[in-house]
Design a protein around this ligand. Structure first.
Ligand SMILES: NC(=O)c1ccc[n+]([C@@H]2O[C@H](COP(=O)([O-])OP(=O)(O)OC[C@H]3O[C@@H](n4cnc5c(N)ncnc54)[C@H](OP(=O)(O)O)[C@@H]3O)[C@@H](O)[C@H]2O)c1
Length: 265
């Protein structure tokens, strides 16, 4: 349900077309930076996350900066699968349709190099991967029928190799990357575009858990790279781009060697 909505965004009309985006996991970090950037580019936005206060403040900031209602908050936990069909219908009605859906929700709960914690692993899997299935399966069905639309998934460089530091996080991102590729292969023939984003280290709350982060970029820089890739209808990007070269090398390292490189694995 929209929280404290004072006004819905203006409708898209043939004379004044507006692109409409749904951003899942928008309250902080990369999601909040993306919301600000998309609004500045003229999108009207449905912003989803659990923290109502952050969402509300973000929408107020965006709407004040744009001088009109551009962003609407919807408090939602992606693990509440039963709520998704009605919420998606509601957002489609509130925004008058959708052109772009970004699945950005994610958590990283490291257990420590020697520890195992099933509860944390389940939570990461449910939010980072199962939540994406729950939302994007439904969005894909709508876009397939419309024969248009863009889907973006925020995965991670962490999903390119099975890393000892946090097995469940890397596995959840590997699953998301593979799912997005499969969606792209399905939906391409219907004119629906699917973009996979693999950030390196981004200066957000999530970085608190990172060991030895390097080449750290701001969420604003990540958002700028993602928006450019959306405009250019790229299939997959690393942000920043130099991670593409680094991960090419890392992917080529044989397993028997990779597991000995403690600083990488
Ligand atoms: N920061 C990095 O270095 C880095 C690197 C690679 C990939 N990534 C990926 O980038 C994405 C954004 O992360 P970030 O770095 O910007 O961290 P962040 O600031 O912690 O943002 C995570 C976002 O996900 C939302 N979220 C988490 N659990 C949710 C749930 N159950 N239901 C709905 N929304 C939920 C959070 O909102 P609420 O808590 O309000 O629900 C928040 O808006 C994640 O998918 C992350 O895995 C980040």
């Amino acid at each position: 349900m929209p929280t404290n909505v004072t006004a819905l965004p203006p409708r898209s009309t043939p004379l004044q077309p507006r692109r409409r985006a749904l951003l899942i996991g928008a309250s902080s970090g990369i999601g909040a930076a993306l919301a600000r950037r998309l609004a500045a580019e003229g999108y009207v936005l449905a912003l989803l996350a659990r923290r109502a206060d952050l969402l509300q403040r973000l929408c107020e900031d965006i709407n004040a900066a744009c001088g009109e209602a551009r962003a609407v908050p919807y408090v939602h936990d992606v693990r509440d699968h039963a709520a998704i069909p009605d919420l998606l219908k509601r957002i489609l009605a509130d925004l008058g349709g959708l052109d772009l859906v970004i699945y950005n929700a994610g958590v990283n709960l490291p257990a420590g190099p020697e520890a195992y914690d099933f509860e944390n692993d389940l939570l990461m899997t449910e939010i980072n991967y199962v939540g994406a299935l729950a939302w994007l399966d439904r969005v894909a069905a709508v876009f397939q029928q419309l024969k248009s639309g863009q889907i973006v998934g925020i995965s991670s460089v962490a999903g390119d190799r099975g890393r000892a530091g946090n097995p469940a996080y890397t596995a959840s991102k590997a699953a998301l990357t593979c799912y997005l590729e499969a969606l792209r292969n399905r939906l391409g023939r219907y004119g629906v575009h699917v973009l996979t984003v693999k950030p390196g280290f981004v200066q957000t709350d999530m970085l608190k858990h990172a060991q030895r982060p390097f080449m750290v970029i701001s969420p604003e820089q990540a958002a700028a790279d993602i928006c450019k890739a959306i405009r250019k209808r790229r299939q997959s990007i690393y942000t920043p781009a130099r991670w593409g070269f680094i991960m090419l090398i890392i992917r080529l390292i044989p397993s028997f060697l990779f597991r000995r490189l403690r600083f990488l694995a």
